[in-house]
Design a protein around this ligand. Structure first.
Ligand code: DGP
Length: 116
């Protein structure tokens, strides 16, 4: 756990969230400021500042994230129409919270990946 990390505190239950899933590796909860009808965040329970910090030793964790993402997309009713799964890294990537997280977005056509 990293001191003063908001997502570490959410994982630990010290800050409330609309949590949908938790196991020993991964936690998923609804984004506080949704950009789409379905906007979830999937986070590793262990603190990494960003996705680029996670090496190949995190294979089991990444596999679990993929599995949970697919499961939650189905549960949220977006699996058949499609969804987006994205992680932001650093300043140019638009990362605001320095704890690796994946946005699961869906429920409407999401348009191009980047604003033009
Ligand atoms: P990013 O820009 O990729 O770092 O996205 C951070 C996301 O985290 C942003 O969509 C809003 C969300 N967020 C920030 N603080 C909280 C919080 O306290 N609770 C929840 N559920 N989401 C949060």
């Amino acid at each position: 756990m990293s001191e003063d990390c908001i997502f570490c505190k959410i994982v630990a239950g010290e800050i409330p969230s609309d949590q949908l899933y938790q196991d020993e590796l991964v936690t998923a909860f609804r984004d506080i400021s949704p950009q789409a009808p379905v906007h979830l965040l999937l986070v590793p329970n262990r603190h990494f500042n960003d996705f680029g910090e996670m090496g190949d030793e995190q294979g089991e964790l990444m596999g679990r994230i993929a599995q949970v993402a697919g499961q939650l997309a189905a549960q949220e009713g977006v699996a058949s129409d499609g969804w987006r799964f994205v992680t932001n890294i650093g300043a140019h990537g638009g990362q605001e919270v320095l704890h690796t997280h994946f946005h699961l977005l869906g429920g409407r056509p999401l348009g191009p990946l980047l604003a033009r």
